[in-house]
Design a binder for this molecule. Structure first.
Ligand SMILES: [Ca+2]
Ligand SMILES: [Ca+2]
Length: 509
């Protein structure tokens, strides 16, 4: 048996390779209409994706860096310009297959396995697949990642063997911008580190120390829960590391039905899961090479595993950091757990985490968090939030699940006064047409995140309500002459504060 302990469901090697956006079948023989149910919100088959497209009206993650700690990396057209200079931390030259120890080239040399000249296991291109889920994106194909505006910091560990603990610890420290032995300092500190890795055993002290140091630097550490749960083996998250380390975001795998997958390890009271994310039929970037990578062999693969779930969460954290760079890791985690989509089966909540990650809801929550006190953050990294005012005290939201009790960092603020998620109005409504008595004006809704479920209209004359003018269009009357007319739009969605925005006003002739 090959010694790999990567968190992807490597046993599901018969997963489907396909060219996006071809439909493919799921286990119960119904058909996806989109190859990316996991990313978007418009797929009619499932409301359990991360709904990243609704967050992109605000940000696609530009400015954020996600360090992917994995077996190695390849170029792919969907990742052009998104890979920062990374590092290869593999000490063991035979596992690295590049002829030496640590070096500056984190290229994937293939982790295929042959026995007596027969190919037993093809190369997995696991790091390429995970990176695609974070940041892939092109305008001419449908396969995109959660945060296509973010950059990937490729950090290679493992190769053909299970990653050495010392190499993982070095990658975590270096990725977080911390000094490592004689290596040059990484000038591109990651906002988030993703480890789609699961090794059986207790969390090594050296690894815990590296994680704690990274988090103290403001770098979130997101890890896969592991895939060893099945009908015979009931493995909780606690059996493998880094998922059983403290100070990490533990990600379970959910599917298109809003339930935990059969293979995803579950949380326990002692080591609770943090949150779930799509981990079945996840289409992402891949290479056609069976052993060595094939130049120009860009393709896509639908794959499953908590390895696939974890980068969804890393991508959402990158979106949040892009808008609120000064937020602490704890605040970022609170924003994703407080706004997670509830599981279809409520029983999953106890073991699967707060629910399934929801990008626009988490972003709205993060944007509504009050700005930290000036002494608590470096002034150079502060970006003012867009036109979002602090949320007043509002009724509790029914869809909010309390965050699980992950081990808080020492500086954690009380979580008692969390604001309710609030809409973001990215583009104001407009009243367009000819501003003349007798003509009709038409209201445009503007751009909101997340997408409201209802809109209502109120036309205003000199800022005051015009009686009965509550439709999307309004015919100007003589009373409007020489007055200023505008339209106010109010949006609603369960779990959100209803919010209004008013168009620019226009003087009527
Ligand atoms: Ca090397
Ligand atoms: Ca190398």
């Amino acid at each position: 048996m090959h010694a790999l302990k990567w968190a992807a469901a490597l046993t599901s090697a018969a997963v489907l390779a396909f060219a996006a956006p071809a439909p493919f079948s799921r286990a119960d023989s119904t058909t996806f209409t989109s190859s990316q149910w996991n990313i978007g919100s418009t797929n009619p088959d499932s409301g359990y994706g991360v709904h990243a497209d609704q967050a992109w009206t605000i940000t696609a993650g530009a400015g954020s860096i996600v360090g992917v700690i994995d077996i190695g990396f390849l170029d792919h057209a969907d990742l052009t310009g998104k890979l920062l200079p990374g590092y290869d931390f593999i000490t063991d030259a035979s596992a690295a297959r590049d002829g030496d120890g640590r070096d500056q080239n984190p290229h994937d040399e293939g982790n295929y396995y042959s026995l007596d000249g027969t190919l037993v296991q093809a190369s997995s291109w696991h790091g390429l697949h995970v990176s695609g889920t974070v940041a892939a994106g092109r305008s001419d194909v449908s396969t995109v990642g959660v945060a296509p505006g973010s950059k990937i910091l490729p950090l290679r560990v493992g190769g053909t063997a299970a990653p050495a603990d010392a190499d993982m610890a070095a990658a975590i420290r270096w990725g977080a911008g911390l000094p490592v032995d004689d290596l040059p300092v990484n000038p591109n500190q990651a906002d988030v580190l993703n480890l789609s890795i699961a090794k059986i055993g207790a969390c090594p002290e050296s690894l815990q120390a590296a994680i704690d140091a990274a988090v103290a630097e403001g770098t979130a550490v997101v890890v896969a829960a592991g895939n060893t749960w099945n009908s015979e083996t009931v493995d909780p998250v606690s059996v493998n590391y880094p998922a059983n380390c403290h100070n990490v975001v533990r990600v379970t795998a959910s599917d298109y039905t809003g339930n935990l997958t059969t293979f995803s390890n579950r949380g326990t009271e002692a080591v609770p899961a943090t949150i779930a994310a799509p981990g079945a039929h996840v289409s992402s970037t891949w290479n056609t090479g069976q052993t060595l990578p094939v130049a120009g062999g860009d393709t896509y693969l639908a794959w499953g595993g908590t390895s696939m779930s974890s980068p969804h969460v890393a991508g959402v954290l990158a979106l949040l950091r892009a808008m609120r760079p000064e937020l602490s890791v704890d605040q970022l985690v609170t924003s994703i757990t407080a706004t997670a989509t509830p599981f279809a089966a409520p029983t999953a909540t106890a073991v699967g985490g707060a629910g399934i990650i929801n990008a626009p809801a988490a972003l709205a929550h993060a944007l509504s968090l009050p700005t930290a006190t000036p002494s608590a953050m470096p002034s150079s990294s502060v970006t003012p939030s867009p036109s979002v005012t602090p949320t007043p005290s509002i009724a509790p939201t029914p869809s909010t699940t309390p965050p699980p009790s992950t081990t808080p960092p020492p500086t954690q603020a009380p979580r008692t006064s969390l604001p309710v998620p609030r809409f973001i109005n990215a583009a104001a409504p407009k009243a367009s047409g000819t501003y003349r008595v007798g003509r009709k004006l038409k209201a445009s809704k503007g751009t909101w995140a997340p997408t409201p479920t209802s809109y209502s209209y109120q036309w205003l004359r000199n800022g005051k309500k015009i009686k009965g003018a509550t439709k999307a269009t309004y015919k100007l009357t003589r009373s409007d002459r020489y007055k200023k007319v505008s339209v106010k739009i109010t949006v609603r969605r369960v779990g959100y504060t209803s919010t209004s925005a008013t168009s620019k006003s226009h003087r009527i002739r």
